[in-house]
Design a protein around this ligand. Structure first.
Ligand SMILES: [Ca+2]
Ligand SMILES: [Ca+2]
Length: 397
């Protein structure tokens, strides 16, 4: 980055810049995915002690980093074991314990977690069942068994959803992540137990499919045609959506976007994009299609994704198919190392420029009320905005 030509800059600025980047690196390198209570307190203490807003920057960066963003607010995992009782046609889920849960009660630096469990679909109207609440713990122990009636013939089509919540005395309890388990994939004969990661909520309302064709032209051009969509989910009050598709290949910089088709659930695009993908890279390449509902105001709503892995792609015959849409934001393959690296680079450059020139100012777009400050930062690369609130000098959520 071209900030180093002028000799005029005073040493303070250089030191500031260097320490900013060092601290940022430290923040990136240390376990940002598992903030312990101690660390949180430490951060708040340091934050109070410092005037240069570095803690705010770190937090903003943490919120913006796409590899972190993937897991969103959800973190930690839950230990479960399963059993099927043939006589009663019942699935027994034992919720043993959870660990490394997110801090939801910021001032106390802890949470009051409980689990809510239900079936999808819930054919026998079993409803949701809950564990007890363990107060003030990020590593709660339950050892509770919850039972659901599921006839054997329904096992293959039933999923079990476990949702973690932080109990609050006032207001709505906070969602802390969930895991969804296909009962058909469980081996009930094996008595083992496993750890299941908590993830962002999966949007089960997503419907429909998109028609895609892939053609390969030697030496290395992948021609992607997005033909049309059908029976997409409605996202606007009109009962329709304004769909468009973002298309990219994980770990490569090219990103494309189709045009927006207004007020339809059966859009026709017939738009073609080209990616440069050498054959020898097929085994590590995935093409991602993400459908969004365009909105004039506010954020575009996700309408589902399709992932096409190129591992078994046949270059002679290509591919032409309808693909069902699903909420795949928790899928591993969407996590792009390229995007993570690019955001780190972007953030460093912005931080350096801000330290030296006080620019870009968006780095500190500040919104003050009495005792409350909101800082926000935008990343072009991640396509996201991170926002933190500071209340009476303390970092809040
Ligand atoms: Ca709470
Ligand atoms: Ca819309």
């Amino acid at each position: 980055m071209g900030a180093g030509t002028s000799k005029e800059k005073n040493e303070d600025m250089d030191n500031y810049r260097k320490s900013s980047i060092d601290s940022l690196e430290a923040a990136v390198n240390q376990g940002i995915l598992t903030p312990e209570q101690k660390e949180k307190e430490e951060r708040n203490r340091k934050f109070r002690a410092r005037k240069n807003n570095l803690m705010v920057l770190k937090e903003l960066y943490r919120l913006m980093d796409p590899s972190v963003k993937k897991s969103g607010d959800a973190q930690g995992e839950v230990q479960l074991s399963f059993k099927y009782n043939d006589e009663q046609s019942a699935v027994l889920v034992k919720i043993i314990r959870a660990r490394d849960l997110a801090i939801k009660d910021i001032s106390a630096g802890t949470s009051d977690p409980y689990f809510k469990v239900d079936l999808i679909p819930d054919r026998n109207k079993e409803g949701a069942k809950k564990t007890r609440t363990v107060k003030k713990s990020l590593n709660p122990i339950y050892n509770e068994v919850i039972a659901f009636n599921v006839p054997p013939e329904q096992l293959h089509e039933t999923r079990l959803r476990l949702m973690a919540y932080d109990w609050d005395l006032l207001g709505k309890d906070d969602f802390m992540g969930e895991c969804i388990i296909n009962l058909s994939e469980l081996d009930f004969d094996q008595m083992g137990n496993g750890w299941y990661p908590l993830q962002q909520a999966t949007d089960l309302s997503i419907s429909g499919a998109i028609e895609i064709s892939l053609e390969y032209k030697l030496p290395s051009t992948m021609i992607v045609t997005i033909i049309q969509g059908r029976d997409l989910v409605s996202r606007d009050i009109s009962g329709k959506s304004d769909p468009f598709i973002r298309c990219y290949v994980v770990d490569t910089p090219n990103r494309y976007k189709t045009s927006v088709k207004h007020s339809t659930l059966n859009p026709v695009w017939d738009e073609t994009f080209e990616f440069d993908i050498p054959q020898e890279e097929f085994s590590s390449r995935t093409i991602i299609f993400s459908v969004f509902d365009y909105d004039l105001t506010g954020k575009n709503d996700p309408m589902g994704d399709v992932h096409i892995h190129l591992t078994n792609f046949d270059i002679d015959n290509g591919l032409h198919e309808w693909f069902s849409l699903a909420d795949l934001k928790n899928a591993d393959r969407t996590r792009s190392q390229w995007a993570a690296t690019a955001v780190v680079q972007e953030f460093r450059e912005a931080l350096t420029a801000h330290a030296i020139f006080g620019y870009p100012s968006f780095l500190f777009s500040k919104n003050s009320q009495i005792g409350l400050k909101t800082y926000s930062v935008r990343s072009r690369v991640a396509g996201s905005t991170a926002r933190v609130q500071v209340v009476d000098g303390l970092l809040a959520k």
